[in-house]
Design a binder for this molecule. Structure first.
Ligand code: URA
Length: 426
């Protein structure tokens, strides 16, 4: 029987006190058991939203989240383990290329991923557009595939940091998602429980990301790197822009096709460059000099991709399904592309059927948007800007409305590429 009460913990945090390890452990455990009411946890989350968590509090909070579930033991593999986590963007298909590429460089990449929600796509949704591919693997299968193929992308399963599920659902309906310590502990508890030795965080910043400005992106990056290091995971973070979609394709099967193009040596240059940059960081972090550019260009990464898909029941040679309807959106005049708004494109892809509003919703494999003009590019009246893909007219209408203001044309070229941010090591 504990001498603590939820009201005491809530009022202490409300008044700016630092909570003891005992208080944090108690309230998270009691919440998980159902002994702390949803309205009490809501109040605590709001107090954390305004007053934050100290580094010590955050470590204990994250520890308890990890301890709420199972922890994968990836020790004893013949390769070093390294993973990447992106905080989520539009057209972010990097994992599909990066995991086999880094495996081709000699590491084991355990990518335990999730499904998409809202305007950002989920890696599992993308791969599920490949006929036969399955997301659910047992821990034994994950270990075996890491040993034989070197890369696994599969469902994170409900066993990793299960209290996060409950907390996240509550944050979603109480306006407390955007608190940095809560985001950091939510992401890092799952990544630490996954058992990787090293982790590269791709913190997305901009119109299409949930972090819009550099100061908050840096705070989140530093907080997550600190948590990873405190738990013995070699962690670094890179802040990368998410103002415009990554690559051309936004939508599940469309993104798989684009990823395969990159793996075969083609595809959009921004996707290739970011993949190579992250691959270099990941391999260096685990002491490998795997020469990612060479492994991409000589076809080794594509070979690993094929084995990774086949190992999970997928057919890498199967023709991808195509949407029933395609429609071009063209430039209404001559000009320069000043903005391709990633958020608007993400919402359009979602309305076309590629995304879901609730976890239970199904997604279309084939719906989405192809972005045919890049920021800074000169376009002429009538030139295609977007190609909309939909399975039916109702979805097409919704997508058409959502894409209407996604691209801004101006008379003079003054677009500049966003500055590159240094790697955050602590
Ligand atoms: N992704 C997560 O897993 N948790 C958050 O809080 C935000 C993004």
């Amino acid at each position: 029987m504990s001498s603590l009460s939820a009201v005491e913990v809530i009022t202490a945090k409300r008044d700016g006190a630092v909570l003891s390890d005992e208080a944090i452990s108690w309230i998270l455990d009691a919440y998980e058991r159902g002994d702390v009411a949803e309205e009490q946890m809501s109040a605590l989350l709001m107090a954390i939203f305004f007053n934050g968590l100290s580094p010590g509090e955050l470590t204990t909070w994250t520890d308890r989240m990890i301890a709420s579930g199972e922890r994968l033991d990836l020790r004893g593999l013949s390769r070093p383990t390294v993973d990447k986590h992106s905080t989520g963007g539009v057209g972010d298909k990097i994992s599909l290329i990066l995991a086999p590429l880094v495996a081709a460089c000699g590491a084991a990449v355990p990518q335990l991923s999730g499904r998409g929600l809202g305007h950002t796509g989920g890696t599992l949704d993308k791969l599920e557009s490949i006929p036969g591919w399955r997301a659910d693997l047992t821990i034994k299968e994950i270990r075996e595939q890491l040993e034989t193929v070197g890369a696994v992308i599969c469902a994170a399963g409900s066993g990793l940091a299960p209290v996060d599920k409950k907390l996240y659902a509550l944050r979603d309906v109480t306006g407390t998602v955007a608190a940095i310590p809560l985001i950091a502990s939510s992401i890092m508890s799952k990544k630490i429980a996954e058992g990787t030795q090293a982790l590269v965080l791709d913190v997305k910043m901009g119109r299409g990301a949930f972090i819009k400005d550099l100061v908050r992106a840096q705070q989140l990056a530093h907080t997550m790197v600190g948590l990873g290091l405190a738990h013995g995971v070699k962690t670094v973070a890179q802040i990368t822009p998410m103002d415009a979609p990554l690559g051309q394709a936004v939508g599940n099967a469309l993104e798989v096709t684009e990823s395969v193009n990159v793996l075969k040596g083609g595809g959009p240059s921004d996707v290739r460059e970011l993949t190579l940059e992250l691959a270099k960081t990941m391999t260096e972090l685990v002491g490998l000099d795997g020469e990612p550019a060479q492994r991409l260009d000589d076809g080794s990464a594509y070979k690993v991709y094929r084995r990774m898909i086949e190992a999970q029941g997928g057919d890498p040679d199967a023709a991808m399904d195509q949407a029933r309807i395609r429609e071009m959106v063209v430039a209404s005049r001559d000009g320069y592309v000043d903005t391709v708004d990633a958020l608007a494109v993400g919402v359009a892809a979602w309305r076309l059927g590629a995304g879901r509003a609730r976890k239970e919703d199904s997604v279309s494999a084939t719906a989405g948007v192809m972005c045919l003009a890049r920021e800074g590019e000169k376009v002429q009246k009538g030139q295609p800007l977007f190609e909309l893909h939909a399975d039916d007219d109702a979805h097409l209408r919704l997508g058409r409305e959502a894409i209407a203001n996604a691209l801004v044309l101006v008379d003079e070229q003054h677009w500049v590429a966003p500055p590159k941010q240094d790697l955050i090591r602590k």
